[in-house]
Write a protein that binds this ligand. Sequence first.
Ligand code: ADP
Length: 474
Amino acid sequence: MSKTINVLFLAAEADPFVKVGGLGDVAGSLPRALRALSTDDLKLDVRLVLPYHPVVKAENLKSLGIFSIPRGDSEVEVEAFETTLDGMPVYLINGDPIRANGSVYSADASRDAEKYTFFSLAALELPNRVNWTPDVLHANDWHTAVSLYGNLTKRWEAVARHVAGVVTLHNLPYMGPDVSGILESYGVKLAQTDLPEWARSMPLPLGLWASDAIVAVSPGYANEVLTPEFGCGLNDFLQIRKETLSGILNGIDTDSFNPADDKAIAVNYDVNSLQRRAENKEMLQNKLGFVSNPSVPLLAVVSRMDVQKGVDLAFAALKSMKKADFQAVILGTGDPKLEEAARALQTAFPEKIKAELRFDSGLARQIYAGADMLLMPSRYEPCGLSQMIAMRYGCVPVVRAVGGLDDTVAHGETGFVFEKEHHMSLVSAIKAGVKVMSDDKEQWQKIQRTGMSRDFSWKNSAQEYLDLYLSLVK
Ligand code: ADP
């Protein structure tokens, strides 16, 4: 007899509806990769639910009507819509708290407190509206984690049957604001938990506490969050939950990120026509206003401008290499101070450093297809997608040995890896790369080809999520 597992996948963002960062990539591709694992014997009915942020782009919306959830002595209206993505039902939830501040994320997370609490609790009601019952609630990061807590409190009231709760940790330090007052106003009581005192009213810790399984987005990060260095004060709590904690590496959408038919790049190529990649480098050099020269190492940073990403270390490294022959492009937005530092570098070294301070998916792809090396000196990195995309395009990553970077880049084989959180360690790694690139072309191409041939698709990781679901619903 065939079996079905119903999964409601909750996220703050998902490509192609709305994408701000890596979470958007994951929530856009993992649910579909999971559905693709369905067989005659086992059907995986994964459905995605997102807040209907004002910036969401969605077509063919069907209204599911309006319902309400209690808040204080009155009620808040929830407007629900349905659309599909490759046959997958996608639900969008709207309401005053979601419209309130317009953006997907506010710089001050407390401004998002009600938006995501409302979304998480409304999403729990949604299945009733569509006559469909999830076996698993799969939340992502603090924005949706509190849904697991809301679900658990319902179970205590014996209103809900057992629905397994999974939370994927994409970024532990972002635990969300204090939501105790908001939860109470929505009728959700705070329980006695074994969380540290300071964490007892924060959405991510509450979700972790209420979950049946916790997934970190790489095996390396799953180990790191158990340590004081990366555990953000929850390491002791996570140690207690260690049995339920695992690491599953994120995949990338290998159909979209495919140099063989990426429409955004000048010349398509694959592992057997790597020589054609040189044309993309030339185009990129021209576009950036650099001297077009195939042998000058072209280094790149494609990243949020955030201290997490160690972009300051990359800037210091480039500065200290000022006498060396290289070109560098910095693509990113974020922290104004880091943007200013990037601009200052461009001003100081206009012939060799170009700062493009915006979000530009097309340019990002041209950089992956044309640059020689991608610098990713992250202070911590739960998984990281950029280094995988870079390898897929034959752009050799130079990364710090943390979290998902250490899990995905093999030193000397697919990239260059360094340990210390210091710009001179990055400089040594870049120099090691430049040396291979200029002295041993064959070895360099071997590194490129090996990276291009690695399987970064969702296939294996989606199977690991499926195995996890199966262990929870059996
Ligand atoms: P994070 O989610 O921590 O920002 P990831 O490496 O997991 O980092 O994912 C970053 C994603 O965002 C990658 O797809 C990367 O190419 C993309 N990206 C980052 N900055 C920019 C930018 N300025 N323009 C275009 N794409 C960007």
